[in-house]
Ligand binder design. Structure first.
Ligand code: COA
Ligand code: AMP
Length: 630
C-alpha cells in the first residue's frame, strides 16, 4: 500500500487504524477502543487500557531474547569517551534506579524533574519514572536557574534528578549550583535530589536533601513495571508560548507508545536491531521522542551524543558517528548542517567516512533552507527528508513516509500530512483557502494519539491557546500553504515564538525580562534572520526619562540579565537603545514591520502607524548592528 491508500484508510476509519497500530504494543489490559471523545473538544485515547511505557521500551526486548543487543550508545567527544549499554543492562539499571526512587517515596503520579546533560543516565532517569508511573519533566541544561524554578513551581516535583555538570566545548556548565539556586528561588521544595557525580566535576551535596546517584541505589529492591491507565501522563515538557510562563505540554502514555512505534517504521523505516540517531538533546521534544522513547520502543539502538556538530573536534564528527556505529536513520536540525556546511563548504568530510549503512537523513525543528538540503543531498548522498512537527504533537504532522513510500521530495516542503492529521489552511474567519493561498495552519480535531490532551494545570490556557481561535480545529501557530499536490509549506509563526538554532523561544518572555531592568521604560524583542541559527533575537530598549545611564551600559546589563533569567540558549547578544518604538495608533508595537526592515525584505508602511518617522530611526539603529541593509 502506498501513502495515498494508507492516508485514505486512516481517514475512512481512524478508530480501526489506531487499534491496528495498538497491536504492536504490549498491554497489561488491551484497549477495547481507541478514541474517547466523552469530553470533546478535549480528547483522550486508549483510556480503558493499562500499560507500562518502560516495559515496552526495555523489558519486552529482553524477554524477546534481545538482551545482549545494545540499547544505548553514549558517544561523547567532549569527554572523549564511548560506551554501550545492552537492553539487559538497561533493564537492571532502570529497575534499580526506580527501586531507589520508590524507596524514597516516589509513586505513580508523582512528578520528577530531570536536569541532566547528554548522558545515558538521563534516559535511565526518564525510564525509571515511566517504570513507576511517575511523571517526568526534563529541563534543558541551557536554561538558567530562574527558568528551572518556574518549572519546579508549576509541576511541584517530589524529586529532582540532576548531574553535577554538563560539558560545553568552551566551558563546564555547573548544574549543581544552578539547581541549588533554582530550589532557593522556587516556593515548592522537592523532598530530595539525586545527583549524578561526573568525574569532570564533583558537586557538594546538601546534607538531608541530596543523595548521590550510586549510593542511594545501593542494596535497594529493583522495581517492577507499574501499570498505568492509557491516559496517564507519561511526562510534562515545558515549551515556549507567548508569555513568560512556559506551557507544560502533557504527553499521554498509551497514545505516545502507539503513535511513536508506528512512526518508527512508517516514517523512519527502522525496526528492531537498527541503529537510530537523533542528534538533539533530551531537553527537547526530539530528544524525548527520538533519542529516548521511540527507538527503544521499536527495539533499536539509540545514540546519546554529547558534542556539537562542529568543533568537537571538527565538522566531520557527525559522519564519524554515523560510520562508526552503523547508523541507519539520522535526524538533526538544519542549523547543525548549516554549521557543518560553513566549516566544510565543499562537502569533503562526508566522503572520508563509510556511510553505507545510512539510508536517510531527516531534518526538523525549523525551516530547512534549500541550500542546506542541496548540500546534504549532494555530499551525504542519501535522501534528505524535511518533516514538520511541534512539542505539542510529539511526532511529525507532515513528513515523507520512507517506510511506506518514498514520495518525490519538493525542496522547501516537509511533504504531506501523516495519517492522524487532517491539516487545513484557514483564513482569519476559519474558512479553508484554496491551494497556494497563505493562511493559518490548523488541524481538524481530534488530534491523533500521543499528542497533547491538555496543558499541565492549565486546561483553560490549553483551550484558549489552541482551540478557541478556530472552533473544531487545533491551531498550530504556524502559517503556510498547501500546493496542488497536497504538499505543505511552513512559512512563519503567527505568534511571538522564534526559532533560534532549532530551539523554540518566546520573544514575549524575553520582553518580560528586559522590562524588569530598572532603566528600561519600554522594550520590544524581534527575531531576525541569521545565516547560522535561522533566527536570532534583537532587543529594542527605550530608557526611562532622565535615567542618565549610558546606553551601552544598559545594553550590556540587559544581555547579562537575559543570560541570568532565561539562559545562554536564548542567544540574546544584541540590543539597541532607541527613543521610541513604532506603534499603531492603538498602541500595538509593529514588530512584524521591524522584522521586515531588519531582514531587508520589502515592507509597506502600515496604514495604522502612529508616527512613520520612527521607522527611519529604527532602520538607522538596525544598520548600526549590520541589519536593514536596504
Ligand atoms: N547546557 C548548557 N548550555 C548550553 C547547552 C546545554 N545543554 N546547550 C547550549 N548551551 C549554551 C552554549 O554553550 C552557548 O553558550 P555561549 O553563549 O556561552 O556560547 C549558548 O547556549 C548557545 O548555544 P548553541 O545554540 O548551541 O549555539 P552555539 O553557537 O554554541 O552552536 C550550533 C551553534 C549550530 C553548532 C548549535 O546551535 C547546534 O548544534 N544546534 C543544533 C541544535 C539542535 O540540534 N536542535 C535540535 C532541536 S530539535
Ligand atoms: P518545537 O515545539 O520546539 O519542536 O518547535 C515547533 C515549531 O518549530 C513549529 O511550530 C514550527 O514553527 C517550527 N518547525 C518545526 N519543524 C519545522 C519544519 N520542518 N519546517 C518549518 N518549521 C518547522
Amino acid at each position: 500500500m502506498g501513502y495515498s491508500e494508507v492516508y485514505a484508510g486512516w481517514k475512512a476509519d481512524p478508530e480501526a487504524f489506531w487499534m491496528e497500530a495498538a497491536g504492536q504494543i504490549d498491554w497489561v489490559q488491551a484497549p477495547s477502543r481507541a478514541l474517547n471523545d466523552s469530553r470533546a473538544p478535549l480528547y483522550e485515547w486508549f483510556t480503558d487500557a493499562t500499560v507500562n511505557a518502560c516495559y515496552n521500551a526495555v523489558d519486552r526486548h529482553v524477554l524477546a531474547g534481545r538482551g545482549d543487543q545494545l540499547a544505548i550508545i553514549h558517544d561523547s567527544p567532549v569527554t572523549q569517551s564511548k560506551h554501550g549499554i545492552t537492553y539487559a543492562e538497561l533493564q537492571t539499571r532502570v529497575a534499580l534506579l526506580a527501586g531507589a526512587l520508590r524507596a524514597k517515596g516516589v509513586q505513580k503520579g508523582d512528578r520528577v524533574i530531570i536536569y541532566m546533560p547528554m548522558v545515558p543516565e538521563a534516559l535511565e532517569a526518564m525510564l525509571a519514572c515511566a517504570r513507576l508511573g511517575a511523571i517526568h519533566s526534563v529541563v534543558f541544561g541551557g536554561f538558567a536557574a530562574a527558568e528551572l524554578a518556574v518549572r519546579i513551581d508549576d509541576c511541584t516535583p517530589k524529586a529532582i534528578i540532576a548531574a553535577s555538570c554538563g560539558i560545553e566545548p568552551s566551558r563546564v556548565v555547573h548544574y549543581k549550583p544552578l539547581l541549588d539556586m533554582a530550589i532557593d528561588m522556587a516556593s515548592h521544595k522537592p523532598d530530595f535530589c539525586v545527583i549524578l557525580q561526573r568525574e569532570q566535576e564533583v558537586a557538594k551535596l546538601i546534607e538531608g536533601r541530596d543523595v548521590a546517584w550510586h549510593s542511594f541505589q545501593y542494596g535497594v529492591t529493583p522495581a517492577e513495571c507499574v501499570p498505568v491507565s492509557g491516559d496517564h501522563p507519561a511526562y510534562i515538557l515545558y515549551t515556549s508560548g507567548t508569555t513568560g510562563a512556559p506551557k507544560g505540554v502533557v504527553r499521554p502514555t498509551a497514545g505516545h507508545l502507539v503513535a511513536l512505534n508506528w512512526t518508527m517504521r512508517a516514517i523512519y523505516d527502522c525496526g528492531a536491531g537498527d541503529v537510530f540517531w537523533a542528534a538533539s538533546d533530551v531537553g527537547w521534544v526530539v530528544g524525548h521522542s527520538y533519542i529516548c522513547y521511540a527507538p527503544l520502543i521499536a527495539g533499536c539502538t539509540t545514540i546519546v551524543f554529547e558534542g556539537k556538530p562542529v568543533g568537537t573536534p571538527d565538522a566531520g564528527t557527525f559522519w564519524r558517528v554515523i560510520s562508526e556505529h552503523k547508523v541507519r536513520a539520522f535526524f538533526t536540525a538544519p542549523t547543525a548542517l548549516r554549521a557543518i556546511k560553513r566549516d566544510d563548504p565543499k562537502g569533503e568530510l562526508p566522503s572520508r567516512y563509510d556511510l553505507s549503512n545510512l539510508k536517510t537523513l531527516y531534518l526538523a525543528g525549523e525551516r530547512a533552507d534549500p541550500d542546506t538540503i542541496t548540500w546534504a543531498q549532494t555530499h551525504v548522498k542519501v535522501p534528505v527528508i524535511d518533516h514538520w512537527w511541534q512539542t505539542e504533537t510529539g511526532y511529525a504532522i507532515a513528513a515523507n513516509p520512507m517506510g511506506i513510500e518514498h514520495l518525490p521530495v519538493k525542496i522547501g516542503s516537509p511533504s504531506v500530512a501523516m495519517p492522524g492529521f487532517d491539516v487545513q489552511i484557514l483564513d482569519e474567519g476559519g474558512h479553508p483557502v484554496a491551494p497556494g493561498t497563505l493562511g493559518a495552519i490548523a488541524i481538524k480535531l481530534p488530534l491523533p494519539p500521543g499528542t497533547l490532551p491538555t496543558l499541565w494545570n492549565a486546561e483553560e490556557r490549553f483551550k484558549k491557546s489552541y482551540l478557541a481561535h478556530f472552533p473544531g480545529f487545533y491551531e498550530t501557530g504556524d502559517a503556510g500553504y498547501v500546493d496542488a499536490d497536497g504538499y505543505l509549506y511552513i512559512m512563519a509563526r503567527t505568534d511571538d515564538v522564534i526559532n533560534v538554532a532549532g530551539h523554540r523561544l518566546s520573544t514575549g518572555a524575553m520582553e518580560e525580562v528586559l522590562a524588569n531592568h530598572r532603566d528600561v521604560a519600554e522594550c520590544a524583542v524581534i527575531g531576525v534572520a541569521d545565516a547560522l541559527k535561522g533566527q536570532t533575537p534583537i532587543g529594542f530598549l527605550c530608557l526611562n526619562t532622565g535615567s542618565g545611564r549610558a546606553p551601552a551600559d544598559v545594553v550590556k546589563e540587559c544581555v547579562a540579565l537575559m543570560r541570568e533569567k532565561i539562559g545562554p540558549v536564548a542567544d540574546f547578544k544584541r540590543a539597541i537603545v532607541v527613543d521610541r518604538l513604532p506603534k499603531t495608533r492603538s498602541g500595538k508595537i509593529l514588530r512584524g514591520t521591524m522584522v521586515n526592515i531588519a531582514d531587508s525584505k520589502p515592507w509597506k508602511m502600515p496604514a495604522t502607524i502612529d508616527d512613520p518617522a520612527i521607522l527611519d530611526e529604527i532602520t538607522q539603529a538596525l544598520q548600526t548592528l549590520g541589519y536593514a541593509k536596504g
